[in-house]
Design a protein around this ligand. Structure first.
Ligand code: PMP
Length: 356
């Protein structure tokens, strides 16, 4: 009895559901903001050859130095910034939270936003302060500033653009938060490839700013690579809680290869932005559906009955994310990842069948 998980695991962890991932086998998969396009076949073959030379009998380069330099060059990371690599940006959220988890420390994020911020606060026993967004998913800046004064959070996570809403907050609001913050401000730019702004230009220059990105949304969700750029003092401190070989050799080599060809991904992201505009235009034709402006590779919509439409699309072989019930502001909302043109056509055809 005393040895059982039920006895030993913290009750709040026992009460949690595991992170839900739907089984997408056989579906048009538009639930997880992946890039639908693969690498061109010639590059895939070349990658295979490169990977066959990787020393899988050895531990990875623990610092990932060469990869960091390549990321800095490809993504305009300022020379003042240092870079930290993570097993996806999920891991970077964990490392930041662990490093800051002093007794009484608070983690602030907005609601609704990426759920891993709140979950990591729970995992690391950091107090969570969730500030609701406005009904149109913009930031309630006066409320945010008042909450910063009241709670003095050790860290504020800002998804820019935000998931699951697709909204990009005003840059001036993020800068006002940076001015008011008493701790680290993490600007999570997972969707930067599809957005019209970034704060990377300030990384390494504003002491308490950390800009975080991932390769997941631009075509490499399977290799799990996230990166963070900030001032050396912050990166070096967070690096102390990083497991020594957190980014494996196959991921490092794949990323290095792919970054040599990153124009391919830039082109794919542009194609997805064009698809997003096309889908948005078509969605505007459905009177019963409200869509929220998106700067990410998905569009969040509100419909009269999200559960019914989600089930209808599933029946039609299309998997999207049902947000209904996850937060009061997401009542009857669905999140549709932008896919390849024919996948988006399938969604639009199914919506036509449903609504007309
Ligand atoms: N940040 C945001 C805002 C996200 O939406 C996601 C994934 N959905 C992540 C971070 C994590 O991405 P990854 O771990 O794949 O890098």
């Amino acid at each position: 009895m005393k040895r059982s998980a039920a006895h030993l695991i913290r009750p709040e962890i026992l009460d949690m559901p595991a992170y839900p991932v739907a089984d997408a086998t056989g579906y048009i998969k538009l639930d997880a903001m992946e890039n639908p396009f693969r690498l061109p076949a010639a590059l895939r073959s070349e990658l295979g050859r490169r990977l066959s030379d990787v020393l899988i009998n050895r531990y990875p380069d623990p610092s990932g130095g060469g990869l960091k330099a390549q990321l800095a060059a490809c993504f305009a990371i300022p020379p003042e910034a240092e870079v930290l690599l993570g097993n996806g940006s999920d891991e970077i959220i964990t490392l930041i939270t662990q490093a800051l988890a002093r007794p009484g420390a608070k983690l602030m994020a907005f609601e609704p936003s990426f759920v891993m911020y709140r979950l990591n606060a729970q995992f690391s026993r950091v107090d969570y302060v969730g500030i609701p967004l406005n009904a149109d998913f913009s930031l309630d800046l006066p409320r945010v500033l008042a909450a910063i004064r009241e709670h003095q959070p050790a860290v504020i996570f800002i998804a820019y653009p935000n998931n699951p809403t697709g909204s990009r907050f005003e840059r001036a609001d993020v800068e006002a938060i940076l001015d008011a913050a008493t701790g680290l401000v993490v600007v999570d730019e997972a969707y930067q490839a599809f957005a019209s702004d970034s704060l990377m230009d300030l990384a390494g220059k504003v002491e308490h700013l950390l800009v975080m990105r991932t390769l997941s949304k631009i075509g490499l969700a399977g290799i799990r690579l996230g990166y963070a750029a900030s001032t050396p003092a912050w990166i070096e401190a967070i690096n102390k809680v990083r497991p020594p070989y957190n980014v494996n050799v196959l991921t490092q080599e794949t990323a290095r290869f792919v970054l040599e060809h990153h124009a391919v991904f830039d082109g794919q992201a542009q194609d997805l932005c064009r698809e997003r505009a096309r889908v948005a235009e078509r969605l505007a034709g459905f009177a019963a559906l409200t869509q929220f402006p998106s700067e990410a590779n998905f569009i969040t919509v509100r419909v009269p009955d999200a559960d019914a439409l989600h089930a209808f699309l599933k029946q039609a072989g299309i998997l999207i994310k049902n947000l209904h019930g996850s937060h009061p502001l997401l009542d009857n909302c669905l999140r549709i990842t932008i896919g390849a043109p024919e996948e988006n056509d399938a969604v639009l055809a199914a919506l036509t069948a449903y609504f007309e």
